[in-house]
Structures are given as C-alpha cells and as structure tokens.
Design a protein around this ligand. Structure first.
Ligand SMILES: [Zn+2]
Length: 274
C-alpha cells in the first residue's frame, strides 16, 4: 500500500520557516508534495498580508529568494516534490481560478514552464501533478489540465459524467465508483474518497483525505483502514498555514499509526500514479 502527503499553497507569500516548522520531522519519513502557485495573487486567508488581499498584484515565486533556496534544497534531498497549484490561485466573482479564469489552457502551460525553469533541471523537480485551487474545476479547466498531460490530485472532484469532459474511459470509471459506493454501503450523497487511481484517456486522478482544523486521528485512521482493506492507496492533504500544534499532533499520531503497518510504503505523491 502506498501512502503520500500533499501540502497546498506554497507561493511567494510562504515563509520558509512555516514549512520547516510543520515538516522538519516529517519529510525524512515521507516526501511532501508541495502544490505550488507560480504567480500568486492574494486573497483573504491567514498568512497573506492584508494589504494584498484585494490588490490583484501577481507575485512571482522567485521574488521570495529565501523560499526558492529552501525549495531547491528540499528537491535535491528528495524531501519534497513540486506540483502545479493553479497559476495565480486568484478568486473570481463567479468562482475559483480553474472554474472561472478565461484562459485555463495558457495558465497550465505557462505555470508549468515557469516552475520547471525556476526550480532548475533536477530530475526530482519534474512536475507531473496538478492540484486544483480550492479543489474546484470546471469541465474546461479539467480538459486543459488533462491536455497538458498532468495527473490530478483532488479532494472533492465530482465523478459524475455530466460534470466532466467525456472520453472512452468515463463510463467504466463511473461504474467503478458506483460499485465501490454500493459495496461500502454508501448512498449517492455519502462522502467518498475513492482509494484507487482513476485513469482517463489523457490523465489520471486520485483523491486525497483532508487534514483540516478539527480533523481527528480517529477519522483518519478509519479512512486509512478502509482504503487498506479495499487494497487501495492513501494520500493525506493539508495546508501548512493552518497547521497549529493541535493539527501537528494529529499528523504525527496518524503517521505513527500508518508506520506500524509493514505493508505501507511511504512514497512521493507522483508514485501514486505509477
Ligand atoms: Zn490552495
């Protein structure tokens, strides 16, 4: 069984000390997939200075020299990998970036090129994953990411064929989900993180379990046990900027629980799709 960790929102606004604080005793056990924003535009959240919540200015990642230094060293030591997390991560009046931006195709292409160039040519910095900002994507956003050949690590992506671009694999994937729902006693509306990679014509998708304020060790271990008994894999997703002492303790206790299982292999998120 493969186990991976994804952390969202590394960008110009990230203080490298925050990543160190959360992961210094984690990334030697499990490499962390840092879902990174190339040209962050501020919005209302902890960790982004208030004066940039509404100024609309795009900040290139490399303007944060201290962060660039940390990222390059993490990549070299295989403590982290980099995924593309939107282009600006900006919110629109009628939706999130990959629901409402007029040019998702350009954003994927330019964002990918920028991260690949600025983070150097280390093999470890090869980028193959896209994480949608706010876990939200329109049909067109999803098609743009798939066409670029990137796999998607999501959390709440819809499986409904009507909500996504259609290809020859869609009906079989939909049936797989329906069967898993039934066999696990879930109804249509019950929450489901499907523990297997879903392969579509031009990309693959995998769902992550969220660690957010209030998530308990018990909830995570139950979800992990379910994925394990189904023969699946597991990816935990969180945001470094909301990890306080209580969440950190949940993270460590959960990792200890997972580590006790001899069948578990800690991997970089990219390996989930191998
Ligand atoms: Zn995000």
């Amino acid at each position: 069984m493969k186990f991976a960790i994804r952390d969202d929102d590394t960008c110009y606004f990230t203080d490298p000390a925050d990543l160190e604080r959360v992961y210094h005793d984690v990334w030697d056990r499990v490499p962390v997939c840092l879902a990174t924003v190339p040209f962050a535009i501020g919005y209302e959240r902890v960790g982004i200075p208030r004066q940039h919540w509404h100024d609309g200015e795009a900040f290139a990642l490399e303007r944060n020299g201290a962060l660039m230094g940390l990222l390059k060293s993490l990549l070299a030591k295989k403590r982290a990998t980099i995924a593309l997390h939107g282009y600006t991560h900006q919110d629109y009046a009628d939706g999130f970036e990959f629901q409402s931006a007029p040019d998702p195709e350009r954003r994927v292409a330019d964002g990918l090129r920028y991260l690949r160039e600025t983070l150097g040519t280390l093999p470890a910095s090869t980028i193959s994953i896209f994480v949608p900002p706010h876990n939200a994507m329109s049909k067109r956003g999803l098609a743009a990411v798939g066409a670029a050949g990137l796999n998607i690590l999501g959390s709440f992506l819809s499986f409904r064929p009507s909500m996504r671009p259609w290809d020859y694999t869609t009906p079989a994937n939909w049936l797989r989900i329906r069967q898993f729902r039934r066999s696990s006693g879930r109804t249509k509306s019950d929450r489901l993180i499907y523990p297997f990679v879903l392969r579509y014509a031009d990309h693959a998708e995998f769902g992550c379990h969220s660690l957010i304020p209030g998530t308990t060790v018990d909830e995570l271990t139950k979800a992990f046990d379910e994925a394990r008994s189904a023969g699946g894999d597991f990816c935990l997703a969180t945001h470094y900027w909301e990890v306080d002492a209580a969440m950190k303790s949940v993270l460590l206790k959960f990792l200890d629980y997972v580590s006790r299982d001899r069948d578990v292999r800690f991997v970089a998120a990219e390996e989930l799709f191998a």
